[in-house]
Write a protein that binds this ligand. Sequence first.
Ligand code: HSE
Length: 310
Amino acid sequence: MQSIKVFAPATIANVVCGYDILGLAVNAPGDEVLMRLTEKQGIVINKITGDDGRLPTAAAKNTVSLSVQHYLAHIGKPDLGVEIELYKKMPIGSGLGSSSASTVAGLFAINNLMGNLLTAEELVPFAMKGEEMACGYGHADNVAPALMGGFVLVKSYDPLDLIRLPTPSGLHCAIVFPEVDVPTRDARNMIRSKVLLKDAVVQWGNIAGLVSGLFMSDLDLIGRSMKDILVEPVRSILIPDFYKMKEIALENGALGFGISGSGPSVFAFTRDEQTSHNITTKIQAHLTSLNITSQAYCSAVNTVGPKILD
Ligand code: HSE
């Protein structure tokens, strides 16, 4: 019986000013999927751990099996027998691309078992089907970097046009997840659908500055481009003491700070691991003083995407 175990990484979507068009993968946390090919037709989720019973095990309702099913239909094997075990190693509803990490691990696993018929980039549309089910819109800014590694720009959705961006050496991420639940679906529904042209001009400047900073390895330019006047002012309401956490990060050497994906996780870019640790320690201490439990992750940018464990 053929089987494979795969790890897929968490992601920081939006990267502050790039709502739905920019994301990056980190080394930790992430999810693991064990997949086996079986004689019995159809996809079965045998086991999910680490989700406190929150995720559906019905194959049609789980993002992993759903996207694997789309993949199998695409390659002309819709009835293939597949057993899946999902090991959630990261928090759900955290803004760190939790559903994306699971889905991507599953897609990477099945593609490997099928002899790597598709490239990482070609797997992205199947992973977007999982996001569509999880939050109502098939955004690619988590699944594309989770599959492709590094920073990925969604240059357009129709047609899907994905651009790999360079990762400046030394760039480090400090992430804190305050343990309050913010479902992505809700966090998307609260954003205004119309923007003023003068605000769009500011946002365009920042996203262009951020992308330029990545190409130029200019960490100061990256930091001063990490400004979001469209989404952050609305979503920050859901995040406990967001602006105090930002102040702590910037006072302690962060290049820039913002919401990870749809939150409530927040992140800072820093110049080194030590600065990241210092920032997460101070932010966590602040959250503790508010009686809010939290989890922290310090990570370099993951430039490789998923990896095979066994
Ligand atoms: N771009 C998406 C959003 C990412 O902000 O809703 C969700 O993780």
